[in-house]
Design a protein around this ligand. Structure first.
Ligand SMILES: NC(=O)C1=CN([C@@H]2O[C@H](COP(=O)(O)OP(=O)(O)OC[C@H]3O[C@@H](n4cnc5c(N)ncnc54)[C@H](OP(=O)(O)O)[C@@H]3O)[C@@H](O)[C@H]2O)C=CC1
Ligand SMILES: N[C@@H](CC=O)C(=O)O
Length: 814
């Protein structure tokens, strides 16, 4: 004997009912089949809504009743041959007339008791089971519909009736003993001993099926829905959720208790008591394995089976010195909550006994607060118990899995995953069985927490990074191209999924939580009319609240750099080639680094020095491995090196500066390069990375251009001044060349002092042969005292800089 249960979505249309029929037919070899059905999908809510209209005296309930009637008659027309339709229609109309009479009564007296509502709601399953049984017969399956009366017997707790198992089991066994056929049974409804109709709570059809399965000691219970089994998390909220193939009754119970909606929690117990395997299957993909729930599932390696959550939670806390060591406090506390019917979902108690916190449904919060304050009125008056504290708008997220009890470090992993993403935990509870760890967090963080934990515990090999990129100029645009070209390989080869969620320039922005298509993101931004400022961009990042969020600043803007602290403080990593923050005032630089460390996120700016060359990382590796840096010296400007390598009698200074700009070497404002300021920023950043507390003003700069070429002002004036000076420069340069020497802009840091200066370098010196826009950096350290450690290569340009930014992003994934 096997019991099959089909939920509302499985029987929501004649087309779906035919799918159910196929599934039932595929079980034809089983001697006795019980098919429990829900009301047609959405009908229970429709009945509820119609009843409320009638209760309010709104006669539009009649139109709703017509819709309900039409839906059922249309199903009969589609499923039953014309010859048999009239008698079935007559029977259905007879049932619907009864429904109409009751609704009319509710309308007249404007009163809807829970008892009446149970009776009204029962019509959904009564009608569906009758029509489905007839549809089975129509298709050659010898089915009989079971009359719900005198079948499942309950108490008179209307709306959530408790089953009298003694009478119910007897009824079911008698019924099945006399029937060999296929039985179609209405789920969800029962009757009291005195014949009043009751319901078993929303989702109660699963429970009906489990009660029957246990009573007849069925060999299996199959729950057919519209998803392929219990998933590792709610797939509507965690896109990467996957089905769980096997799990124990206890795991299923915990997951459903903590919000996994696929199975109604009370369903598990009857099946567990008789060790009847439960299979969760998908009516719309019957070939999918689904989930098998048994006493001894196949052992799995993973410590966590699934993650679920409950929203609309309040945390109620009672505390006070009078609670320490006093017996009976907990009993009185929970007694008070119990008397008011407050369901306690989670309990935590400080080991000092100074406080107890419980997670409850938010709708119960005021009632719970009042009853507890009433219970402890005297202690509160005496000042030994504090006023009850209520924190609303919370959620509970639970990790479930029996293997957790054998695996150390699960709680640590949970804390660090949530902490890294800025999710604060208000309370945590773990049962002594270690079957679940549940924590209370802010409701706004629920989805982020589910995704973060899912990634940590199930998909540690695949990491999704959510990117927010500002700046689509020389570097930003190239970065987008590189990411677009490499994203598929990163996903396939390295399990890193890069999702561009937001992109902006100085005027507009685009956002797409599902991911902006990378290959057309620049065009999409170009077509966007959504005005944007850096503040609105940041607001949107915070509002989206996504895990593994990375802000990438590809601007040269101080305004953009000023938002890093807000973002880091919200656990959002920052990657940037923009040197403003790291070379701004020392306090800000230090604060950003400290904030990143405190929040467990990254502030990466490798491209601030030497573009894509590994300079900051090399320096940090030297320091972390215990070396002492004595001196840093080198050529740090691609633009300046290109300039000194390219200017000639035929190619004057202004032409070459323009070329450096066109080639993407120069800063958006080339005066930053020409003045030596860009190089000063770089040597300052390196000095700071060694631990030196220096400001930009402390870096001595000897500029090589006259002041009028470097002053702020219109660019026209700059170009004119540069052209006026370029012959003088060429003459000096040519004379130097004749002496076998060349100019190089050198920066150095040594003994706490940093400087930038134009030097005349002789042929043969390592700096002389640094060609094009290359950089060279020499680290003299205790370990590299005789021969400095040298990093040399292309030090500017869109491709190498974007590649360095890209590498920083990947570093975060790793
Ligand atoms: N080129 C190189 O070799 C290297 C460059 N860098 C650094 O990379 C950064 C980017 O340089 P580059 O790509 O050449 O600069 P560009 O001038 O080409 O591009 C700057 C981008 O930033 C946008 N932007 C400017 N201000 C704002 C703002 N307030 N809000 C939003 N967006 C803004 C601009 O928008 P819009 O398009 O609307 O003007 C533009 O898209 C600079 O900090 C530079 O120092 C670092 C290492 C090497
Ligand atoms: N303008 C800079 C680019 C990198 O920081 C340079 O020329 O080196």
């Amino acid at each position: 004997m096997v019991v099959l249960k089909f939920g509302g979505s499985s029987v929501s249309s004649p087309e779906n009912i035919l799918k159910v029929l196929d599934i039932v037919r595929s079980h034809a070899s089983i001697k006795q089949l019980a098919v429990v059905v829900s009301a047609f999908g959405g009908l229970t809510d429709h009945l509820l809504h119609t009843s409320r209209l009638a209760e309010r005296g709104d006669d539009s309930f009649k139109q709703e009743l017509i819709k309900i009637e039409d839906r059922h008659l249309a199903a009969i027309k589609d499923l039953i041959h014309a010859k048999r339709q009239s008698s079935i229609v007559a029977n259905v109309k007879f049932i619907l007339n009864e429904l109409e009479d009751i609704m009319q009564g509710v309308f007249l007296v404007k009163e809807l008791s829970q008892k009446t509502l149970d009776f009204i709601l029962s019509f959904g399953e009564r009608l569906s089971s009758y029509i489905i049984a007839e549809a089975f017969k129509e298709n050659g399956l010898p089915a009989a519909a079971v009359d719900y009366r005198n079948f499942i017997i309950t108490d008179n707790n209307f709306g959530n009736a408790r089953v009298n198992f003694e009478l119910t089991n007897q009824n079911i066994q008698n019924y099945f003993a006399g029937n060999e056929n296929l039985l179609v049974i209405p789920g969800f409804v029962g009757t009291t001993k005195h014949g009043a109709t009751t319901t078993l709570g929303r989702g109660g059809s699963d429970y009906t099926a489990a009660i029957i399965a246990a009573a007849i000691e069925a060999s299996g219970l199959e729950i057919w829905t519209d998803v392929s089994g219990m998933m590792t998390a709610d797939p509507r909220r965690v896109k990467n959720a996957i089905p769980i193939e096997e799990m124990s009754y206890e795991e299923a119970l915990e997951l459903s208790y903590f919000g996994a909606k696929i199975i109604y929690p009370p369903t598990i117990q009857p099946a567990l008591s008789r060790r009847i395997p439960i299979r969760l299957k998908n009516t719309f993909a019957p070939e999918a394995f689904g989930t098998l729930i048994t006493h001894s599932p196949r052992p799995s390696e993973a410590p966590v089976k699934g993650i679920s959550s409950i929203e609309q939670i309040s945390l109620l806390t009672i505390s006070g010195s009078g609670m320490v060591g006093a017996s009976g406090i907990a009993m009185r506390f929970f007694g008070a909550l119990g008397r008011k019917g407050v369901n306690v979902i989670l309990i935590t108690q400080a080991s000092s006994e100074h406080s107890i916190s419980v997670g409850i449904n938010q709708k119960d919060a005021t009632r719970a607060q009042q009853t507890v304050e009433e219970e402890f009125r005297l202690e509160m008056q005496a000042g030994i118990v504090d006023k009850v504290q209520i924190e609303n708008n919370l959620a509970i997220v639970a990790l479930v899995g029996s293997n957790m009890r054998n695996t150390p470090g699960i709680a640590g992993k949970l804390f660090s995953a949530l902490g890294r993403n800025g999710i604060n935990i208000s309370a945590i509870a773990q049962g002594t069985s270690e079957l679940n760890i549940s924590c209370v967090i802010q409701k706004k963080d629920e989805e982020k927490a589910l995704n973060t934990l899912h990634e940590s515990f199930f998909l540690s090999e695949t990491k999704t990074l959510h990117l927010f990129v500002v700046g689509t100029g020389t570097v930003g645009a190239t970065l987008m191209d590189q990411i677009s070209g490499q994203a598929a390989n990163l996903y396939k080869g390295h399990n890193i999924a890069l999702k561009l969620i937001g992109l902006s320039n100085s005027k507009t922005a685009i956002f797409n939580e599902a991911g902006i298509p990378l290959d057309s993101c620049k065009e999409a931004l170009g077509n966007s009319t959504q005005p944007s400022t850096i503040d609105t961009f940041v607001d949107k990042i915070l509002e989206l609240n996504l895990p593994n969020a990375i802000f990438v600043d590809c601007t040269a803007s101080a305004e953009v750099a000023s938002v890093y602290n807000t973002l880091l403080d919200k656990s959002i990593s920052v990657v940037t080639p923009n040197k403003i923050a790291a070379s701004g005032n020392y306090h800000t630089y230090k604060e950003l680094k400290t904030l990143a460390a405190k929040r467990g996120v990254k502030f990466l700016f490798e491209t601030n020095v030497g573009a894509g060359l590994p300079i900051i990382s090399t320096l940090n590796d030297l320091i972390r491995s215990g070396d002492t840096v004595l001196k840093i010296e080198g050529i740090f400007s691609g633009t300046m090196n290109y300039l000194f390598n390219t200017v000639s009698a035929d190619k004057k200074l202004s032409t070459v500066v323009q070329e450096a700009m066109d080639l993407g070497y120069a800063e958006p404002d080339p005066r930053i390069d020409l003045s030596g300021k860009d190089v000063a920023r770089k040597i300052l950043i390196l000095a700071r990375e060694t631990g030196e507390n220096l400001e930009l003003e402390d870096v001595a700069i000897k500029p090589f251009l006259p002041a009028n070429c470097l002053q702020d002002g219109p660019m026209d004036e700059f170009w004119q001044n540069l052209r006026d000076y370029e012959n003088t420069f060429e003459a000096q340069r040519a004379e130097l060349e004749n002496q076998g020497k060349g100019y190089r802009l050198i920066a150095a840091w040594e003994e706490g002092k940093a400087r930038v200066e134009l030097r005349e370098i002789e042929k043969g010196h390592p700096f002389y042969s640094v060609s094009g826009s290359d950089n060279i950096i020499l680290f003299t350290t205790e370990r590299y005292k005789v021969q400095p450690l040298i990093v040399k290569g292309s030090g500017a340009g869109a491709e190498v800089t974007a590649a360095g930014v890209f590498a920083d992003i990947i570093r975060i994934a790793n």
